[in-house]
Design a protein around this ligand. Structure first.
Ligand code: MD3
Ligand code: FE
Length: 219
């Protein structure tokens, strides 16, 4: 049985040697997995990403400007306007998205797969009062791939719901350096960010919070 499990992990390239600090509704939360020096290095890498692909606030299909600023790295970037949510292969300025920084790719390869890289690293930036309403992520072709999230900067109140839009939710605080893996039943669960506690981290010069999500987009 043990050999079978090992083979199964090897076959899927899913590394399960790391035990989550806590698991809430199959969201696997690794507290403080990224040490402060590495967090700073990631932020430095992101400065270059943002220089090549400046942050913008997408418009939702219902016409509201999102309070979160975003950009992306990788083959695709996530985008939204009145026509809908989708992945696009260029920044709204017209240039292809910059490459995903190697340090960030390394985390994916260690935790998720060393044979299939993510197609997108979505960079979300939350500042004074920014939040993200309860939603599902379903613009990707294959939900068998988990999504990996990395929190940097100020603390955030993360809300976890159900596959259905309604029902009881649970909230957890995410701190700088926390990593969350959303796979299996968590992959299509509703989730959102209720609020940021400003001034809780000194990682970012201008304060706020960055969340990175690594996603496989193509089948
Ligand atoms: C569960 N971002 O970008 S990360 C998002 O902190 C998003 O910026 C939040 O929700 C943030 O879509 C939460 C956690 C997260 C990200 C993607 C998921 C949870 C997910 C995809 C599927 C299921
Ligand atoms: Fe999401």
């Amino acid at each position: 049985m043990y050999l079978l499990t090992l083979f199964h992990s090897y076959f899927n390239n899913m590394y399960k040697f790391n035990t989550p600090t806590l698991t809430v509704r199959n969201f696997k939360i690794f507290k403080g997995m990224i040490e402060p020096a590495q967090q700073s290095e990631i932020v430095n890498n992101l400065r270059e990403v943002v220089r090549q692909a400046p942050m913008f606030s997408p418009i939702t299909p219902s016409g509201y400007k999102m309070t979160v600023k975003m950009t992306s790295a990788g083959k695709y970037g996530w985008y939204s306007d009145v026509s809908g949510y989708r992945y696009v292969d260029c920044h709204p300025g017209g240039k292809p998205w910059p490459n995903i920084p190697p340090l960030i790719l390394g985390l994916w390869r260690k935790l998720i797969s060393d044979t299939r890289d993510p197609d997108c690293c979505l960079v979300n930036y939350y500042q004074d009062g920014a939040k993200m309403g309860l939603h599902q992520d379903k613009d990707e072709a294959d939900f068998k791939w988990p999504v990996l999230s990395i929190s940097l900067g100020d603390d955030a109140l993360f809300r976890i719901g159900n596959i259905e839009r309604t029902g009881k939710t649970e909230s957890v605080w995410l701190n700088s350096g926390d990593v969350v893996i959303m796979g299996e039943s968590a992959r299509l669960a509703h989730h959102g960010i209720d609020r940021i506690k400003t001034g809780t981290s000194r990682l970012l010069d201008k304060g706020g919070r960055i969340n990175l999500t690594l996603r496989v987009v193509d089948a």
